[in-house]
Write a protein that binds this ligand. Structure first.
Ligand code: NAD
Length: 265
């Protein structure tokens, strides 16, 4: 049995098969949580579970569920499936997309706008809503909900993905309000704001295009993309009782990018 900073906590991670989701699943299991890995991709989430079990042989419960977070009924079934574990303690609303057809105000197709808001914004709302209902149902005096936003919710980007940027701004604002509304119930809500990372979401899109890469890398004080594991470590902190008085924060893990004026040579 793994024990650690998340011992005794039941956690759901959405987008669990992706870059940040998988690293977080591994750390949550290592820290003693019972973890439900949720993703829209059956094959990918099964592979993720195998990896977690391989890397954390003494893990507690590690299970998977297929869930499209943009569908409320699916999110409800997912969260209620943890009733048999004693209800949810930690909800990491992390699933998100950045669509290849997302563009500027003129070029973004409306269906891409709708799809992006459905997954990135409504998905976070549904996850938060059903986590609150579960926490109340199981009479919990504390809970931690972490919602993945992005640094593009904080700084403008000259390479437009307007639907994505708007969606992440919404995550930030929604999370802040949820934090205040539910503070006296003991339910904490924080946003995670990752910098551009070495995960498939971004790296597949950048490909071998060096000028496209340089337009980003020049802004990184640390001179590199972030790693998913660095986000996962922050999520463990936000999920654990170590962050018991951290609430409503835009928790930025970006190597200093959003605080930089000029970067080192
Ligand atoms: P990723 O593409 O590696 O993983 C995303 C996962 O979400 C995938 O496994 C995918 O199958 C799943 N998913 C997609 N649509 C879903 C849906 N409707 N329901 C359930 N699951 C769904 O991405 P990542 O880099 O790990 O990103 C995770 C989060 O971090 C996203 O919200 C993303 O916007 C955000 N983020 C990423 C970066 C970056 O540079 N990678 C930067 C800032 C923020």
């Amino acid at each position: 049995m793994a024990t650690g900073r998340l011992s005794g906590k039941n956690a759901i991670i959405t987008g669990a098969a992706g870059g940040i989701g998988l690293e977080t699943s591994i750390l949550f299991a290592q820290e003693g949580a019972n973890v439900l890995l949720a993703d829209i991709s059956t094959e990918a989430v099964e592979k993720a579970m195998t990896k977690v079990k391989e890397l954390v042989p003494n893990a507690n419960k590690v299970e998977t569920v297929i869930c499209d977070v943009s569908k409320e009924a699916a999110v409800q079934v997912m969260v209620e499936s943890l009733d048999s574990w004693g209800g949810v303690d930690v909800m990491f609303n992390n699933a998100g997309i950045m669509h290849a057809k997302d563009d500027d105000a003129v070029g973004t197709p409306e269906d891409i706008w709708e799809l992006t808001q459905a997954i990135n914004v409504k998905g976070v709302w549904y996850g938060s809503k059903h986590a609150i209902l579960s926490l109340r149902k199981h009479k919990k005096s504390k809970g931690s909900i972490i919602n993945t936003a992005s640094v593009v919710a904080l700084v403008g980007s000259a390479t437009p993905q307007l639907a994505y940027t708007a969606s992440k701004g919404a995550v930030l604002a929604m999370t802040r309000e949820l934090a205040i509304v539910h503070a006296r119930e003991g339910f904490r809500f924080n946003s995670l704001c990752p910098a551009p990372l070495n995960t498939p979401l971004l790296q597949d899109w950048l490909g071998d295009d060096q000028p496209k890469r340089m337009r980003r890398e020049i802004h990184f004080p640390a001179g590199r993309f972030g790693e998913a594991i660095e986000q996962a470590k922050a999520v463990v902190f936000l999920a654990s009782d170590d962050s018991g008085f951290v609430n409503g924060q835009d928790f930025v893990v970006d190597g200093g990018m959003t605080k930089a004026y000029v970067t080192p040579e």
